[in-house]
Design a protein around this ligand. Structure first.
Ligand code: NDP
Ligand code: BG6
Length: 501
């Protein structure tokens, strides 16, 4: 048996149809995402024989680069960032079908060259006119490009567009972008990517809820006191000031990754696991989502501090950031889902850069036991918490009260843990591996639909409107902490606190 056959996770993928021959065009090929995520993910797919046998990659960006320079840079990116060991044979096979085109979205000169390279690769590799266009570029650049692609669309083969988040800059620009895309492409050709949906642990939220009978009866306002979702990063903006100064934390992560985690936690069971059924249920949650008012949303920006023992500069000192920048790097909010299942159950969410450590968790805190009949009045007894560790240390743990061995009846909280690392032998695939493959196969279940995105923007636009009214004093949290004091107050006011770290 080969390593691929022995592995249950890979076995699952292998049993799926292999995608049709195709060419993947990456717009934004000189950027951070291409080097750190996309090419390493493609390499890992190649390493597992999951890519089509006839397959090409074209990188496109403004930066001038020859085919060879691009291949060399991507080779290094694979060595630095891929989860699999570097294998010359796998790399050579992938690099043979790799090209680079210099292209500025502002003029259409480069697009003709791109079309010629595509046709040439079709002839050399036998890719039959099938195209996946990956837009790893700022949202403002996408509309024009889509029109150029449509104009040059050939008669043969299928086309799929993978569009990175954030989709638009606000609700009206997202609607405009959707309208522009819909002029040329059908909804089933458009894949709006939110890579959190490709994470194994995020999908496991669905498995946990809908493959186990024990959770559904208690997954509601009667048994759950509140939900806490944290998306904490210890890294800063990693040289992406140009992008981040425009986006800020609310558009970079809150609008997409974080609200998708809320939707998956709160959604009703879908009737099946098809793209429309899953997305129909998520959009209902997003429609019902609101924040009770400005004082329930907190924004922050990091100042200098220490992260994991290392001294780091403040946001305003980062290269490319304006010295008086008012861009937020932290957001916390109290949200409600106004429906029968969740009415009056707060969802406290927070996300930020340069926090104390990297941690993405979804914590479901249940109501206290009504009457602990123990001598100490159940002092050591804390409410049960179901904790989904999205990353790192992927797994699920349930906090329960247990008796401390010995005399008397002293209770302490202990954890029942399921850790991916312990239960499955293989490391988890990167989200981009799963999602790129799904798009090639035309499966949109783990991609967001335009109505979901619009509901996400509606909430974010309302929050940004609150923010026009005042000017906080930034920076308001030192790097390496858990955010501004106001984030703690948000919960203290309700007699609750963020989970202890
Ligand atoms: P970068 O700023 O590193 O890269 C942007 C890319 O877009 C560059 O290759 C740039 O090329 C290209 N570009 C910008 N304007 C033009 C233009 N007018 N013509 C041609 N090319 C252009 O951004 P990232 O790679 O970090 O992010 C790209 C997208 O991916 C963003 O939407 C982001 O939200 C998303 N994303 C990023 C993640 C990450 O970890 N980096 C993770 C998840 C999503 P050049 O300068 O050579 O023209
Ligand atoms: C991206 C954001 O969408 O997600 C980045 O643009 C962020 O700012 C990244 O660092 C986090 O992804 P992950 O998978 O490392 O949690």
């Amino acid at each position: 048996m080969t390593a691929v056959e022995q592995n249950p996770l890979l076995e699952g993928l292998r049993l799926r149809r292999r995608p049709d021959p195709c060419i993947l065009v990456i717009f934004g090929a000189s950027g951070d995402l291409t080097a750190k995520k996309l090419i390493p993910a493609l390499y890992s797919l190649a390493y597992r024989h999951l890519l089509p046998e006839k397959f090409g990659i074209i990188g496109a960006a403004r930066t001038e680069e020859s085919h060879d320079e691009f291949r060399e840079r991507m080779k290094q990116a694979v060595k630095d960032h891929a989860r699999d060991p570097f294998d010359d044979e796998v790399w050579s096979a992938l690099a043979t079908g790799m090209r680079y085109t210099t292209l500025d979205f502002a003029d259409d000169k480069g697009e003709d060259e791109l079309r010629d390279t595509l046709n040439e690769l079709d002839r050399d590799l036998g890719t039959q006119g099938n195209r996946v266009y990956y837009f790893a570029v700022p949202p403002s650049a996408i509309g024009t490009l889509v029109g150029e692609i449509a104009q040059r669309r050939g008669a043969e083969g299928w086309v799929r567009l993978i569009i990175e988040k954030p989709f638009g800059h606000d609700l009206s620009s997202a609607r405009e972008l959707t309208a522009e895309i819909q002029q040329h492409f059908a909804e089933n050709e458009v894949f709006r990517i939110d890579h959190y949906l490709g994470k194994e642990t995020v999908q496991n939220m669905l498995a946990l809820r809908f493959a186990n009978g024990i959770f559904e009866p208690i997954w509601n306002r009667q048994f759950i006191d509140h939900v806490q979702i944290t998306v904490a990063e210890s890294i800063g903006i990693e040289g992406r000031a140009g992008y981040y100064e425009q986006a800020g934390a609310i558009r970079d992560i809150f609008q997409n990754h974080l609200l998708q985690l809320v939707a998956l936690t709160a959604m009703e069971p879908p009737i099946d696991f098809t793209a429309d059924s899953v997305r129909n249920e998520k959009v209902k949650v997003l429609k019902a989502l609101h924040t009770p008012g400005p004082k329930h949303v907190v924004r922050g920006q990091y100042g200098p501090g220490f992260v994991e023992g290392e001294e780091v500069r403040g946001y305003r000192e980062e290269e490319g950031v304006a010295p008086g920048s008012m861009t937020e790097t932290f957001v916390a909010a109290k949200l409600y889902v106004d429906n029968w299942r969740w009415a009056d159950t707060p969802f406290y969410v927070r996300m930020g850069k340069r926090l104390a450590r990297r941690e993405t968790t979804i914590a479901i805190q249940f109501k206290r036991a009504p009457h602990p009949p123990f001598d100490d009045g159940g002092e050591g007894l804390r409410p049960n918490v179901l904790l989904v560790h999205v990353q790192p240390n992927e797994g699920v743990s349930l906090a329960i009260g247990a008796k401390v061995p010995g005399q008397g009846m002293t209770i302490r909280t202990v954890h029942m843990d399921f850790l991916y690392g312990g239960a499955f032998r293989e490391g988890l695939p990167d989200a981009y591996e799963r999602l790129i493959l799904d798009a090639m196969l035309g499966d949109a279940t783990l991609f967001t639909r335009s109505d979901e995105i619009e509901e996400q923007w509606a909430l974010v636009d309302a929050i940004i409107a609150f923010w026009q009214r005042d000017r906080p004093s930034f920076p308001n949290y030192p790097a390496g902490t858990w955010g501004p004091a106001a984030s703690d107050d948000l919960l203290h006011r309700d007699g609750r606190s963020w989970r202890r770290h």
